[in-house]
Design a protein around this ligand. Sequence first.
Ligand code: XMP
Length: 321
Amino acid sequence: NWIMKDFIEEKVKEIKEKTKGEKVLLGLSGGVDSSVAAALINKAISKDLVCVFVDTGLLRKDEAKKVKKQYEELNGLNIVYVDAKKRFLDKLKGVKDPEAKRKIIGREFIEVFNEEAKKLKEDKEIKFLAQGTIYPDVIESVSVKGPSHTIKSHHNVGGLPEDLKFEIIEPLRELFKDEVRKLGYRLGLSKEIVGRHPFPGPGLGIRVIEEVTEEKVRLLQEADEIFIEELIKNDLYDKVSQAFVTILPVKTVGVMGDVRTYEYVVSLRSVNTIDFMTAKWSRLPYELLETVATRITNEVRGVNRVVYDITSKPSGTIEWE
Ligand code: XMP
């Protein structure tokens, strides 16, 4: 706690000195990292911070609504909401490669920010872009062996275009996830924000394996909501580090009543980890897995098979793409 207090004071000072009264734009995702970054920067330069929440259409179900409600409680935070659902989906049309998707999503984010910055410029030019990049994002994106050995480009690190017009501020760059959470509580954020499972910047764009379509995103949102709901109901949400559903680009044969079906497979993944650099799959109770599988196949039209991912990291990463 000692160290946390020093860390906050040091960062507040650093941010003030760096920005010198200039405006800072921050991409707020609703996730832990960007929320904590927002709270920290808000503490330093409240009136000069503008948060932009981009609805990419690749968010969890009703996420935009939930985020709005959550942040209303955080007073003083200046938030602009942008509906960019259509443009993200358009750009992703036909794209299958995971790294290509990450780059497209990262670039589109920056483009949206650029546009918002231009709109805000009439008031005052925006010089800085703040991001909730944390330490594991940095190491996983920048391999010591060179770019060809990069594991994956976490979109807030690897996907930035070269002609970027902002100077970047990343106050959480040295921190691990558990430290970010401690910092969040220290800054007065609620458990609802700080205790959330992490959600990747590219969102469901990398949980729809291969091509992203509106229909698959919808199936995924429905399935994911059921999985999370059951974890919460069974008091397991806080006991696992991250849980989510991925939709595979495969249809398999099934049976419903006595009719043949040919529909998508989804995979449940739940992991336990401290730092997200390595992870073990969670030993979830069979009963819970059964309930989730039954509910998903009954309630989500278009999915007839559910599998549970028992891969640890390594060899699998946490996300599938
Ligand atoms: P992986 O899949 O690399 O994920 O084992 C480790 C953690 O990072 C999250 N993740 C991301 N977070 N931008 C982010 O902000 C990204 O591009 C990104 N990719 C993965 C992932 O959900 C897990 O918590």
